[in-house]
Design a protein around this ligand. Structure first.
Ligand code: G6P
Length: 632
């Protein structure tokens, strides 16, 4: 969703802001803008639509200044137009603000501020913050004694001239209900940016002579390897050569500087036409990275360094609750099948958006895993916090290091899949499924899985990268089939057991990026409704690998053919029986049932990709979608 970037240093800010906003484009947005400061002038440029519109405006009328903030907006309050784009100015044009998140009490605040004489220009909730900060700043400046608290003031930690600015932001955010990651610049203080967060991520990159503020680490890559992750209720006072962090409750805090492990070319396309295709082809490597150093042949188990729970605590778990959204929820469903099968622990999967407001009866030894690529999904974060509040241990399975969910969980497992930029998640899904299988092994070896069986699971896991490479060879056939089927307007996706979630994920991929209606169903359940949709114009993609339910799914396939529906079957290499009946087959390698989803999903990702390309869709930035859904 929205993206924030800020730059302060000895060079012009605008090029850094535009480059940073480009790297944040993947989050999804519909307008963009920047504010820069020079010679007492606060200059704002903003434009609806793609970033190129803003770049065009800046080419005609540059925005000089060594301090600036920028934003890509994904509309929540008010349509996507120039006026509603950020940054927003506060009363007297003394401050400009960019903001991610949602201010729930903005209507009340707006009425009050309007009564006090503030004139609103936009329909956004953000403009309330700008007017609030400006109003609080007036107040703070008029209090000659304005300062943070005694200790901050006395040791000169914050220069006297900046204390009213910090105090104004503190006073303003204290009145906000909802979530915010925000950055503020002040017309009369061009050497300062103030950032604050509650529930919406912000990081600060520490350079040699400059600082970069951003809503995720991607704008920092290539500029600095030192990163500070702000936590909720923290406020950062940033100048070119200093960073000070204040906690709402604890006052001054010593922030931790971490090393950013993000290669400068992390966001390059590497010769691929789209990030989605690049990420699909990265999967042999990303799966290898998910397993690296985590499989012990000596103990025939998986090893995780960051769970932060003792083996005794984990052994006493008698129920696992998996919560997630979107594609990560599908990975959770795969996990349910694998963990129950291998480790024999009851598993439940809940949409995070449902779990956060539910009150399910949970045994005390229930362990929660939040599964999330971005680590920022608002519902997943809220569900994790709710379970934590109830006293359950909470772990995250997450890709983005230092993200909000990674910070909020008691511990967790990073995917190490590298940045996923295509909005439609691909490599994160297969890494999540791989981690699920390793977790099943880990819990299984604590309970019922013997040494030999553990080794066999490891052997299967280790085959994955090579078999995924082979599954990627289906690219050509997927492209051909895309040509044959891209004009259809409805698709059914069917799979059973471990591959029921694969069917859901295949359908989601297609609808997300090609806007074709697609429904995923358990293959046998088809008889209870979806079969009514079957006709010669509605293709069914059926996942039918060799395995326990092969014959059963075969019967479902026959039932569709009997009703004249075209069938594209995902089969194991060498399967001739299905080929005799289905219209088209795509062959993937065979592996034990529990890992088959990781191979079967590959052609479904490719099929969706090629269909979307042929239909002229913007594959990496599908309409209305956002990569990181930071609102409810
Ligand atoms: C959005 C994205 C999906 C993603 C889902 C959950 O809807 O477009 O690709 O699966 O959020 O995101 P998460 O980062 O929590 O896995």
């Amino acid at each position: 969703m929205c993206g924030i970037v800020g730059f302060i240093g000895p060079r012009d800010a605008a090029p850094y802001l535009i480059e940073g906003l480009r790297r944040l484009e993947y989050r999804g947005y519909d307008s963009a803008g920047i504010a820069t400061l020079e010679d007492g002038e606060l200059r704002i440029t903003k434009a609806a639509g793609r970033l190129d519109n803003l770049v065009q405006l800046l080419a005609e009328s540059p925005s000089p200044g060594h301090t600036g903030i920028g934003h890509t907006r994904w509309a929540t309050h008010g349509p996507a137009n120039d006026v509603n784009a950020h940054p927003h100015l506060g009363r007297g044009n003394a401050v400009a603000v960019v903001h991610n998140g949602v201010i729930e009490n903005f209507r009340n605040l707006k009425s009050r501020l309007e009564a006090e004489g503030c004139q609103f220009r936009s329909a956004t909730d953000t403009e309330v913050i700008a007017h609030l900060v400006a109003t609080c700043l007036d107040e703070q400046l008029s209090l000659a004694s304005a300062k943070l608290d005694e200790s901050d003031g006395e040791d000169g930690w914050i220069e006297p001239e900046y204390r009213p600015l910090v105090a104004a932001v503190q006073q303003a955010v204290a009145q906000l209900q909802g979530t915010y990651g925000l950055a503020v610049v002040f017309r009369d203080y061009p050497e300062v940016i103030i950032a604050a967060r509650l529930g919406s991520p912000l990081v600060v990159g520490v350079g040699d002579d400059a600082h970069i503020i951003a809503s995720d680490a991607s704008p920092l890559a290539g500029h600095t390897e030192q990163i500070v992750y702000l936590a909720d209720h923290q406020i950062a006072l940033v100048t070119a050569d200093s960073l000070r962090v204040i906690d709402r409750d604890q006052g001054r805090i010593q922030h931790q500087v971490n090393v950013l492990d993000l290669p400068p070319d992390a966001a390059s396309l590497d010769g691929f036409p789209h990030y989605m295709l690049k990420e699909i082809f990265e999967q042999p490597e990303t799966i290898r990275n998910a397993m690296r150093g985590r499989l012990s042949l000596d103990e025939a188990t998986a090893v995780f360094g960051g769970l932060n729970l003792t083996p005794q605590q984990l052994r006493s778990v008698n129920r696992i609750l998996l919560t997630a959204c979107g594609t990560s929820w599908h990975a959770a469903l795969v996990g349910e099948y694998i963990i129950e099968e291998i480790a024999q622990i009851p598993v439940e999967v809940e949409y995070a958006s449902e779990l956060r407001y539910r009150n399910p009866p949970l045994e005390s030894n229930t362990l929660l895993f939040a599964i999330t690529q971005s680590g920022e999904t608002a519902d997943t974060l809220a569900a994790l916090r709710e379970m934590k509040r109830k006293g359950h241990p909470t772990l995250a399975i997450c890709n983005v290091v230092g993200s909000s969910i990674a910070q909020a969980a008691d511990g967790g497992i990073y995917l190490h899949a590298g940045p996923e930029i295509g909005v439609a998640s691909t490599k994160a899904f297969t890494s999540q499924c791989t981690v699920m299988a390793m977790l099943a092994l880990y819990f299984g070896r604590m309970r019922n899985v013997g040494f030999e069986a553990g080794l066999k699971i490891i052997e299967n896991l280790q085959k994955l990268p090579e078999l995924v490479t082979r599954a990627l060879e289906t690219n050509d056939v997927c492209r051909q089939l895309a040509g044959k089927y891209c004009h259809c307007t409805n698709f059914l996706y069917l799979g059973r057991q471990f591959n029921f979630p694969t069917a859901l994920e295949g359908a989601l991929k297609l609808k997300e990026i090609s806007y074709i209606h697609a429904e995923g169903y358990p293959a046998a359940e088809m008889k209870h409704g979806p079969i009514a949709l079957v006709d010669e114009h509605t293709p069914t993609v059926i996942i039918i690998p060799q395995g326990a339910v092969y014959d059963k799914v075969m019967s479902n396939l026959e039932e569709i053919k009997a009703r004249g529906g075209p069938v594209i079957a995902i089969v194991c290499e060498g399967d001739t029986r299905v080929a005799d009946v289905a219209d088209d087959v795509i062959e993937v390698p065979h592996i034990d049932d529990f890992l088959q989803p990781i191979l079967s999903i590959i052609p479904l990702q490719l099929l969706a990709y090629h269909i979307a390309v042929l239909r002229g869709c913007d594959v990496d930035k599908p309409r209305n979608l956002a990569k990181s859904v930071t609102v409810e």
